[in-house]
Design a protein. Structure first.
Length: 142
């Protein structure tokens, strides 16, 4: 990845979990280099994992011919990550709240809830095909 203050780094990968893990590793390596505190680093790890898994599994439906587009800008102050799939999209308002009693045993919606809880900003665009996440760094006091 590029040094702080430079243009974002872009990745285009196949709808493949192992390729997603490699991108996640590169993003997390840069998070470490930029001095993110452990809590912020964990938040980015969790959110990137969920965003990539959702894009591969739910967005592109594991279709080998579809791609995932990732953009990451990491500075000492913040991590800004965009993940976009080539699927049909979704409406965030229609995803059931997994914390409601009637949804506790359902397997969907938890990843979105985690991303929104751990990141400082999460926005959806392109009919739900793109998630734009920001996490501000809170350096640990020495």
């Amino acid at each position: 990845m590029k040094a702080a203050g430079e243009c974002p780094v872009r990745f285009t990968i196949n709808s493949d979990f192992s390729e997603g893990r490699e991108v996640q590793k590169q993003i997390l390596d840069e998070i470490e280099r930029q001095g993110f505190d452990s809590h912020s680093a964990f938040a980015v790890k969790l959110a990137v994992d969920e965003a990539l898994n959702n894009a591969i599994k739910h967005g592109n439906r594991l279709a080998k011919g579809k791609k995932i587009h990732i953009q990451a800008t990491i500075t000492p102050e913040k991590a800004e990550i965009i993940v976009e799939d080539e699927g049909t999209g979704f409406d965030r308002r229609n995803v059931p709240d997994p914390t409601l009693q009637e949804n506790l045993e359902k397997c969907s919606g938890r990843g979105i809830l985690l991303m929104e809880a751990y990141m400082d900003q999460v926005n959806y665009s392109q009919n739900g095909r793109r998630v734009h996440m920001i996490k501000f760094n809170e350096p640990e006091s020495q």
